[in-house]
Design a protein. Structure first.
Length: 319
């Protein structure tokens, strides 16, 4: 079940907006408040629970930028590493990198800054995560918008115009959690739990959008990873079906693989493209979602520019 949950969380996680993990760091290892536990509690800590639930192929990285520390949790135990000091505040450097990624300008030389951030955030823990293939990131507030997958471990010095460096995602499957307690709860879910999932997308798109070639493979993998999930694609993946399935209840996880259309400014017509029919036009808009009574635990989007907000113009991201 743990493997299944990782697969769910991996999809569409490239700009996940997380809240800060609450972490207090002293000269000793990290100290975290325990969820729903009193000071006199003699039970295991959240970190101990996570350590016991992890397999040998996964590591958890918990960042606290205020103290420039990172807590590493593996099945073998924990370690606290110090992040290197920077010439300018890390928050400013991260903000500049995120904005350069949002600009979608192919002429921006992103790899140098991505390499510097790799040296700051990942290099101090390289020996701790050697041999694992999955990383769970609890970024904290300052790093909540940073795509760790885009960090560069090895620059491409041969092609300055369209470089293809080695990214962190080339070496690790990466997923995120907003806090330790939530990660512990998800890892502890029983394999027999019927989550109830709705997976849909790769519809016949209007306006000349092409089918997504690898979408069927992705959708089948996600469906297999969610107990009780059903999948609809192409003509059957309609907007009407989306709302009908949610109205029935019993859906805990929704995954959509599709094209996204982003509108700039104060515009809630940004949309995900599904098939039309049965009184619906196939445009699942931000406006429709904002005013709906959607009662699900997790929605993942595998859609282009799903987390994008155009700098300086406001707007509503699809995510």
């Amino acid at each position: 079940m743990i493997e299944k949950l990782w697969r769910i969380l991996l999809i569409g996680s490239f700009f996940v907006v997380c809240v800060s993990a609450i972490a207090l760091v002293s000269t000793a290892p990290f100290v975290f408040p325990q969820d729903d536990a009193s000071e006199e509690s003699s039970g295991p800590s959240t970190i101990d629970i996570i350590t016991g639930l992890l397999d040998d192929d996964t590591a958890v990285l918990v960042y606290n930028v205020d103290s420039m520390k990172v807590l590493v949790i593996t099945s073998a135990g924990t370690a606290t590493r110090t992040l290197p000091e920077t010439d300018e505040p890390l928050e400013i450097r991260v903000k500049a990198f995120v904005e350069s990624m949002e600009a979608l300008d192919p002429l921006i030389n992103f790899q140098d800054e991505a390499y510097i951030l790799y040296q700051i955030l990942i290099e101090p823990v390289e020996s701790d995560i050697a041999g694992v293939s999955r990383l769970a990131i609890i970024p904290g507030f300052t790093l909540r918008k940073l795509s760790f997958a885009a960090l560069v471990s090895d620059r491409d010095e041969t092609n300055s115009f369209m470089p293809r460096p080695r990214f962190l995602m080339d070496d690790y499957a990466i997923f995120y959690s907003p806090a330790l307690g939530l990660l512990a709860d998800s890892l502890a879910l029983d394999a027999s739990t019927n989550l109830g999932g709705l997976v849909l997308g790769n519809s016949p798109y209007p306006g000349g959008f092409a089918y997504l070639k690898v979408a069927p493979l992705e959708m089948k993998a996600v469906t297999a990873a969610i107990p009780g999930a059903v999948m609809y694609e192409k003509e059957s993946a309609t907007e009407a079906l989306f709302w009908d399935e949610l109205a029935k209840g019993g859906i805990s996880v929704v995954h959509i693989t599709s094209h996204g259309v982003i509108k700039t400014g104060n515009d809630t017509s940004s949309r995900i493209l599904l098939a039309g029919g049965d009184g619906q036009d196939g445009n699942l808009t931000v406006d429709e979602v904002l005013y709906s009574d959607m009662d699900v635990n997790l929605v993942t989007l595998s859609a282009d520019r799903a987390a994008l907000i155009w700098s300086g113009s406001g707007g509503f991201p699809l995510s």
